[in-house]
Structure formats: C-alpha cells, structure tokens
Write a new protein. Sequence first.
Length: 256
Amino acid sequence: MQRNDLNMMTTEVSVSVLSANPLEFGQEIKRIEKSGAEMIHYDVMDGIFVNNITFGMPLLKSIKGKTKCILDVHLMIQEPLKYIDDFADAGADIITFHIESGSDVAETIAAIRRNGVKAAVSIKPNTPAEAVFPYINDVDMVLVMTVEPGFGGQKFMDMSEKISAIRRYAEENRKTSAPLDIQVDGGIDNTTAPVVKKAGANILVSGSYLFRAENMGLAIEYIKGMFAFDLNSFLDSDLNCFVRIFITFLFVFDFN
C-alpha cells in the first residue's frame, strides 16, 4: 500500500469500556451504539502482565448479545495462547495480544486465525517497532500503545516515529492486498488524534475522553476530524456569525 492509499483509509474509533461506569454497563453499551463508534475496545488484564485486573469471558459474551459493534479484545495477560479459544468463543471479532507476553507469537497468531478471528499484535512504549516486522504479513492489525498498559486515563506518549516506521515497513513489505490497520491506545482525544493519524494510525482507541463527553457522538467526530477547520479563516468572513451559531447549536443540543 502506498502513502496516497493511506490518505484514503477511513479513521475508525474503538471505545474503551475500561472507562465505562461499571454500575451502568448496559446503558454504557447503548451509549456507544448510539455514538456511531465502529468498535468496542475490551481490555483484559490479569494482574500479572499488568498491575490491574479487569474483565473476562462472561462479560464479553453478554456484550456480544447486546451490540452490533465490532468487539476489539485486547489481551494484556501473561501466556495469552491459553485463552484464545475462550475469548473467540465468547464473541471476540479481533484479538490483540502483546509480543512481550509469554506465549510464542507465531503460535498465538495461528490460534487466533483458526478461530476465524482477526489477529493483532501489540507493543508497549519501550518496545521497538522492529519487534512486529517479522509478523507484518501474518496479522490484520498492529496496536501501538501510547501509554504504559494497565490503567486508563494516562497522559499521551508520542509514538509517532514508531507508528510511521511500522507503516513504512508495511507499505514496502506487506504481501497481502489487505492494508495493515495500525491502532493506537492511550491518551487519545481531539488534540492527540491528529498526531497519530498523521503518523499513519487509522484505528483510534479512546476511553476517558469519550465517556467524559456530554455528547459521545460529537466527541468521536472531533477525533475523526470531521469538524476540523481553520477558525481563523472565518474570522473576517461573512460566514463568521453563522459558524458561531452553528458551533453553539452543536454543543447545546445532544443528538444522542
């Protein structure tokens, strides 16, 4: 895939339920559905690979029956190979595991493929881009962490060089006709999204920013850049008044 093809790739948003209200989980899933997000990002942590414990298979299975969104399962666990079949059976559409985990990478990718699920690998901020190069033709997606995995709400770490390196390598070496998806996870909002998109990412995970928004759908559009424009170009124009009214209208009325 060439750089001009990258510019034509659609930006998609995967909403991280790690930031959802656990006491209103059903309503939070409905909120995501109404927002227009393409995916639900489901973080699985075991307290060993990362210092936190989150969700398992039963909750994923329950979500599967309540949503049409793609279930984007991110395994932050030790020895993920042991659990691939279980998460596939629970309804995962994409399974991402960490190269730094204890399982053989090639075997784990093969196990995901056998289940008819899209396969992805992830790397932490300190892991070099080169770690994913041997698997660039075997996976559907690479996830680049822009925070240390384990907790939501962390400050964004700029991994632009790593993202660009993976995109370039995929463009030059990927043999399949399907383009490689590059996902980023950590500190993604309306200010950091343009940074990672420019570097080559096309699937953006966001949690805290979206769940804090009064209008999640509008916040997603800002991440995607749907409302991006140069405000200065309007300051002296006849449209200035209209633009101010329109922006006020968007923020006052909740389209969800």
